[in-house]
Design a protein around this ligand. Sequence first.
Ligand code: URA
Length: 434
Amino acid sequence: MNTVELIKKKRDGKTLTNEEISFLVENYTKKKIPDYQFSAFLMAAFLKGLNKRETSALTNSMLYSGKVLDLSEIPGTKVDKHSTGGVGDKTSLIIAPVVAAAGINVPMISGRGLGHTGGTLDKLESIPGFNVNLNLKKYKQNLKKTQAVLIGQTRDIAPADKLIYSLRDVTATVESIPFITASIMSKKLAEGIDGLVLDVKTGSGAFMKKKSGAVALAQSLIGTAKNFNKKVMAFITDMNQPLGNYIGNWFEVYESIKVLHGEKTGGLWELSMNLSGAMLMLGKKVKSLKEGVELSVEMIKSGKAFDKFLEIVEAQNGNTFYIKNPEKYPSSKFSQKIQFTQNGYVEKIDTYKIGIAALELGAGRKTKEDKIDPKAGIIFKAKLGNRVKKNDIIAEVFSDNEAGIERAAGLISGAVSVSKTKPPIPKLIKNVID
Ligand code: URA
């Protein structure tokens, strides 16, 4: 097969055979197809689309680019959660210890920041020493020992996604239902789970801006999970404002620690408890979502979830000093407060711009080679519907890069609008599909 011919075929709107898709994925993973050709294929497929059969072929090729784990030697049910990506979305850091503390195994393979959204691996790596690159033997050992393990794609597990994901991040080819489906499901199906809870985001900070797009993505993900006999449940959730008040890698670990200590930070608490509740239900620990939420809250109140978080961090080589003393974490050289310029109600937040502001501060990558600054980020105070006065603080930005501070401040002040009358506040959990 000829790579240029396959790019042309997709560019001209034709459908590719399963063999052609597998040729492209296999050879890109083996580095026989260079980045520039695979980028061209990605853009052609992004613009012309992939049908259901092509999406399933892409998922399969990416899944079998590595090993598909069998965790049957580890007793108990294994359940994971995956989010389609948002700003300030740190629920994995909260729900993995909550669910593990309740006795359900959580084998979690996550991604890095993608586009304007943050990634669980980058957040975990802000904890000094935390190792997200465990080999499969260690992955299984840790799961047995602490009931939860959080790693990234490896050479063994979904290596194609690891490569394609970082290429999509820098070629403007992220927001595509087939790509997101194949990316998420290739990782999730490889990790040896019995059940999967999906958090499909919609709104200004999500890849799917409209609810109809989020529902279509949820259906595509659910269909793929069912084809592989996995129990699955999807939440359609709001991303028209950042989740919680902190954005940036260490900042998000910091806010997760607060929640694990029982702080009910608005949407973050509600969503985390519902997602972990659903995982406990899929894992057959409880009979209903309501019971799952109650058990999750109990895990937090008893301190078991925080203790489990410490155990997980320790087992993955992380230094628990900052988890126990989060206020001692080093701070950025520069900071700036951004203020409201009028009285009124917070009407709209362009959450995409908030994500880009975090990137400008050093919390994300603009090129594949960019290094992340774990301390950089935003304390974001504005919430939709809040009554605000002129000079109240919208957000405070932190970075070692002074020019980045200026760019982020400009983006944030342009992203938040204020109205004279109280606007409707979007519902956080819009639908639950199972
Ligand atoms: N999360 C993923 O793992 N992949 C995507 O493409 C988007 C969100």
